[in-house]
Write a protein that binds this ligand. Structure first.
Ligand SMILES: C[S@@+](CC[C@H](N)C(=O)[O-])C[C@H]1O[C@@H](n2cnc3c(N)ncnc32)[C@H](O)[C@@H]1O
Length: 271
């Protein structure tokens, strides 16, 4: 067992077991406009801009931490022809991601593996040119250690881009925290904290951006799509499951509207 005390998130497994069903594909298309197999707040348009930020030629080795079913990673590899490696705690996510890569004839360029990001990364020093992590950091117990590990596996001057949808900027109640933490272990950090920890881990922060408006749009889209498919979802999730998903999305929307909880993007360079 790893040294950290908190259990790693298994709350995503149920979602990923159903991830490729026609219903889930419809929900993603209705919520995001384009279904790229994401299970985060990222859209295809946002990812295209992030690819430019990361400066990824076809020779690049890109690591995605908490890749889920590898939708964003597959999108990046398809756009740039780079080599992609993805890690996620969820076995159903890895299985779904491998099928996605194969369905796009990218299985020789994408390698996925199950691992717990609360443990040291299972990669040699200097093995990647870019690292991404989309809406995952809030699930990890010690981000200072994770950033140090990212710095270790990145080549000199390598870039690290991540998003954090748990940046506190206003008051949040205990009930809101409970609803927001639906998927399991969740850590909220104050504004400015990620920047400090990145610098302590050997990064220079190149850019930050507030992505709360797009989170608000996508969460509202997800809630609207779910309400339109309520009957099918109730059969699948049960009444309780349906309600907790609804409370989760309503809480995210409410906190984003009040700007109490922000989704931020950080781009940093290993110095
Ligand atoms: C919001 S999802 C984002 C998935 C993916 N990045 C995307 O954009 O589609 C968060 C992911 O973090 C993964 N995760 C949570 N805790 C983890 C851990 N300790 N180790 C590895 N992965 C973890 C979950 O399994 C889940 O796939």
């Amino acid at each position: 067992m790893s040294a950290h005390k908190e259990p790693s998130n298994q709350g995503y497994d149920a979602v990923y077991q159903e991830f490729d069903s026609p219903l889930q594909r419809d929900l993603r298309r209705e919520a995001y406009g384009k279904d790229i197999g994401q299970h985060s707040w990222v859209t295809a348009e946002e990812l295209e801009q992030d690819i430019a930020r990361l400066q990824i030629p076809s020779t690049s080795r890109v690591l995605d931490l908490g890749c889920g079913p590898a939708g964003p990673l597959t999108f990046i590899v398809a756009q740039t022809n780079c080599h992609g490696t993805g890690v996620d705690f969820s076995v159903p996510a890895v299985v779904s991601g491998q099928a996605r890569a194969k369905s796009q004839a990218l299985e020789t360029r994408i390698a996925l593996q199950q691992a717990d990001l609360n443990d040291p990364l299972p990669f040699a020093t200097n093995s990647f040119d870019a690292v991404i992590s989309l809406d995952v950091i809030l699930h990890l117990c010690d981000r200072a250690k994770v950033f140090q590990e990212v710095a270790r596996v990145l080549a000199p001057e390598g870039r690290f881009l991540f998003t954090d949808a748990g940046v506190i900027a206003g008051p949040i109640s205990s009930g809101q925290i409970r609803h927001r933490a639906l998927h399991g272990y969740t850590q909220f950090a104050p504004a400015g904290f990620n920047e400090r920890v990145l610098e302590q881990a050997g990064f220079r922060v190149l850019e930050t951006a507030d992505r709360t408006p797009s989170l608000l749009k996508n969460a509202t889209g997800r809630l609207t799509a779910r309400l339109a498919h309520q009957q099918e979802l109730e059969q699948l999730e049960g009444k309780e499951g349906l309600e907790s998903q609804q409370q989760y999305l309503e809480t995210i929307i409410n906190l984003a509207q009040k700007r109490a909880l922000l989704r931020m993007m950080y781009l940093a360079k290993k110095v």
